[in-house]
Design a protein around this ligand. Structure first.
Ligand SMILES: C[S@@+](CC[C@H](N)C(=O)[O-])C[C@H]1O[C@@H](n2cnc3c(N)ncnc32)[C@H](O)[C@@H]1O
Length: 233
C-alpha cells in the first residue's frame, strides 16, 4: 500500500472548487452581494469573471476585520463586489478609498451598497491608479491600514512602491491574481496569446516581491491567487 503524503496542492479539480463555493461560501454570501454578483453576470457576461470569487470575498472580509482596519484603499473596482465586501467589513466610521479608471461599473454596484447603508464609507476616485496614488503620496498625510490591488497587472510593482509610502508599518497590501489563472506555472507557448502580457507582468512581480525585504509575504492559494504583503519598514 502507498502511504506517501500527497502533494499540498489543494484545488485538484473544478469539482473541488464548486464544493468549496457551494458548501461554505454561497451560504455565507450576504444577500445584496449575491444580487450584485448576479446583476454583474447579467450585464457583463464573461467579463464578470473579473469579480473575485465568493470564498475570496469572505477571506477579504475576514482580513479587514482581523486587522481591525479602519482606513483602506482599493485599486480596481469594476462593479464593486470586493469593495462591497470591504465596506461591509469596515466599522461604521471606517473609510475606503476606491480607485478605478472607469466609473460605469461602480455606479451599478453603488445602488446595492446604498441599499446596505455602507455607501458613506466609500470615497470613489475615477482616475488612472498610478496617477491617483502619486497624488495621494504628494497630498495631505494619511495612513492606510489595508490595501487591496486588483487592477492593471502591469503596474503592480509601481503600485507596491507607492503603497509602501501610504500603508502603515504593519499594514497589509493584498495583490489579487498572482497566479494568473495558473499560467505562471505554464510555459509561454502553452498560454493563449491574450493571456501572455499579464502573465509576464505577474511573473516579474512575483519574483521581485519574493526578494523584497521591506515586506513579509504570503502567497495565498485562493481564487486566482492572492499575495499578502505586510509592511515591515
Ligand atoms: C479585475 S477588475 C476589478 C474587480 C473587483 N476588484 C471585484 O472583485 O469586483 C479590474 C478593474 O481595474 C480597472 N483598471 C484597469 N486599469 C486601471 C488603471 N490603470 N487604473 C485604475 N483602474 C484600472 C478596470 O477598469 C477594472 O474595473
Amino acid at each position: 500500500m502507498d502511504h506517501s503524503i500527497p502533494d499540498k496542492q489543494i484545488l485538484k479539480s473544478e469539482a473541488l472548487k464548486q464544493y468549496i463555493l457551494e458548501t461554505s461560501a454561497y451560504p455565507r454570501e450576504p444577500k445584496l452581494l449575491k444580487e450584485l454578483r448576479e446583476a454583474t453576470v447579467e450585464r457583463y457576461g464573461n467579463m464578470s469573471e473579473m469579480v473575485i470569487p465568493v470564498d475570496e470575498g469572505l477571506f477579504l472580509s475576514m482580513l479587514v476585520k482581523m486587522t481591525k482596519a479602519k482606513n483602506t484603499i482599493e485599486i480596481g473596482v469594476f462593479t464593486g463586489y470586493s469593495l462591497f465586501f470591504t465596506a461591509l467589513a469596515l466599522p461604521e466610521d471606517g473609510r475606503i478609498t476606491a480607485i478605478d479608471i472607469e466609473r460605469i461599473g461602480y455606479d451599478m454596484g453603488l445602488e446595492f451598497m446604498k441599499k446596505a447603508g455602507v455607501d458613506h464609507k466609500i470615497n470613489f476616485i475615477k482616475s488612472d491608479a498610478l496617477k491617483a496614488l502619486d497624488e495621494l503620496v504628494k497630498g495631505e498625510k494619511q495612513e492606510f491600514d489595508f490595501a487591496f490591488v486588483d487592477g492593471d497587472k502591469r503596474n503592480y510593482f509601481n503600485f507596491f512602491e507607492r503603497l509602501l509610502k501610504l500603508v502603515k508599518v504593519g499594514g497589509i497590501i493584498a495583490f489579487d491574481n498572482t497566479l494568473w489563472f495558473g499560467t505562471v506555472a505554464e510555459e509561454e507557448d502553452e498560454v493563449e496569446d491574450h493571456m501572455r502580457l499579464y502573465r509576464k507582468a505577474i511573473l516579474q512581480f512575483n519574483e521581485k516581491i519574493a526578494l523584497d525585504s521591506r515586506v513579509e509575504i504570503s502567497q495565498v492559494s485562493i481564487g486566482d491567487g492572492m499575495t499578502l504583503c505586510r509592511r515591515l519598514v
